[in-house]
Design a protein around this ligand. Structure first.
Ligand code: NAD
Ligand code: LMR
Length: 353
């Protein structure tokens, strides 16, 4: 039997966590032979609700769950954690943009960065789900100067999954038959869902199977604004799909993506000319517990313009939270010049597509 690993989940009494925790406990994230200890964080006012969630976890009698602890302080919650799923933050409601949450949620990630820096396992992997995820991730990482920026990711896997699912529905095929969609940039309406490298059943180019006007004028805005569409219909922001995406992201990061391209908001190392030092979604492959940005994909003029627009938005968000960003460290400079691997071992596009 493997040693248990410690997983922190914040916002553990919230909507996303109500799906996520039970999937983690069932072994869907780290595998059916990996015991877990769940370290759950909430704000003091939500501790009763969190106790109820913990009771339900207990009532499932999951054999993989070797312990559950409840906390209202990140410095206690994050002690020794190997994985941190940072969900706890205010969601937007109808009519808001995710960036409207920046002020309310930014301070949460500054404090949690300090806590991870002080008490987490030195190899911790932290995934930011709370919005605006990319810039919260930047704040988190910069407040954890003893950890590498490559240990932090912002979640764009939900956008990636949406891009795959909605395309599959349009083409009348199984989502599993599509490989190579990717999301560039911010988890916001400026993101660029790119179909130019996607293939159907390994040989047909997805972009040739769709009408260009549909791709640019219907599909792209649909992916970009899918979160708002869900809020419009459901009355609340996406929860089960967000939980599934966060689980997919962490599973692939920890165990490998098996050669598949995934989208991850990671520290930019300057790949594709993207400004260094922002958390930008790139196509990546995961293996050996790390990720590698895929290099040398051909980007046409349309794609370059889309990528620049979303980069500009991230730079604006960064400027707005400058006061929460402690000075960059030697570790962050190093990570910006090489992602989680050296240049020589980068995956090359022609080996993937
Ligand atoms: P929710 O309101 O149902 O739950 C959030 C929980 O976080 C609440 O229980 C709240 O008490 C808790 N919380 C707030 N501040 C906290 C803090 N400092 N420490 C610990 N817990 C704290 O919201 P939800 O639907 O679960 O969504 C959570 C976040 O995830 C929102 O910001 C939402 O916009 C975001 N989200 C992101 C994506 C993505 O793709 N990146 C997808 C869906 C939702
Ligand atoms: C989503 O994309 O569903 C989330 O980011 C929630 C939101 O506010 O759109």
């Amino acid at each position: 039997m493997k040693q248990p690993v410690r997983i922190a989940v914040t916002g553990a009494a919230g909507n996303i966590s109500y799906s996520l925790l039970f999937k983690i406990a069932a072994g869907e994230m780290l595998g059916p032979d990996q015991p877990v200890i769940l370290q759950l964080l909430e704000v003091p006012q939500a501790m009763d609700k969190l106790r109820g969630v913990a009771m339900e976890l207990e009532d499932c009698a999951f054999p993989l769950v070797h312990g559950i602890s409840l906390h209202d302080n990140p410095f206690d919650c994050f002690k020794g954690v190997h994985y941190a799923m940072l969900v706890g933050a205010r969601p937007r409601s109808k009519g808001m943009e995710r960036s409207d949450l920046l002020e309310a949620n930014a301070v949460i990630f500054a404090e949690q960065g300090k806590a991870l820096n002080d008490v987490a396992n030195r190899d911790v992997k932290a995934l930011v789900v709370g919005n605006p995820a990319n810039t919260n991730c930047l704040i988190l990482s910069r407040n954890a100067p003893d950890l590498s920026p490559t240990q932090f990711c912002a979640m764009t896997r939900l956008d990636h999954n949406r891009a795959q699912g909605i395309l599959a529905n349009k083409l009348g095929i199984n989502p599993g038959d599509i490989e190579g969609v990717c999301i560039w940039g911010n988890h916001s309406p400026t993101m660029y869902p790119d179909l130019h490298h996607a293939q159907i059943l390994g040989d047909e180019a997805a972009i040739d199977m769709v009408d260009e006007q549909w791709y640019k004028e219907e599909y792209t805005p649909r992916i970009q604004k899918r979160g708002a569409e869900i809020i419009e219909w459901r009355g609340f922001s996406s929860a089960a799909s967000a939980a599934q995406a966060s689980l997919d992201h962490m599973r692939d990061w920890a165990l490998g993506s098996d050669g598949r391209i995934v989208s991850m908001g990671v520290i930019s190392d300057g790949s594709y000319g993207v400004a260094k030092g922002i958390y930008y979604s790139f196509p990546a492959i995961c293996d050996f517990g790390g990720y590698q940005i895929i290099q040398n994909l051909y980007i046409n003029d349309y794609g370059q313009a889309m990528m620049k627009k979303t980069e500009a938005e991230l730079l604006e968000e960064k400027a707005a939270v400058e006061h929460l960003l402690p000075k960059e460290t030697a570790a962050s400079h190093e990570a910006q010049s090489t992602s989680s691997r050296t240049e020589a071992t980068y995956y090359q596009a022609d080996r993937i597509c």
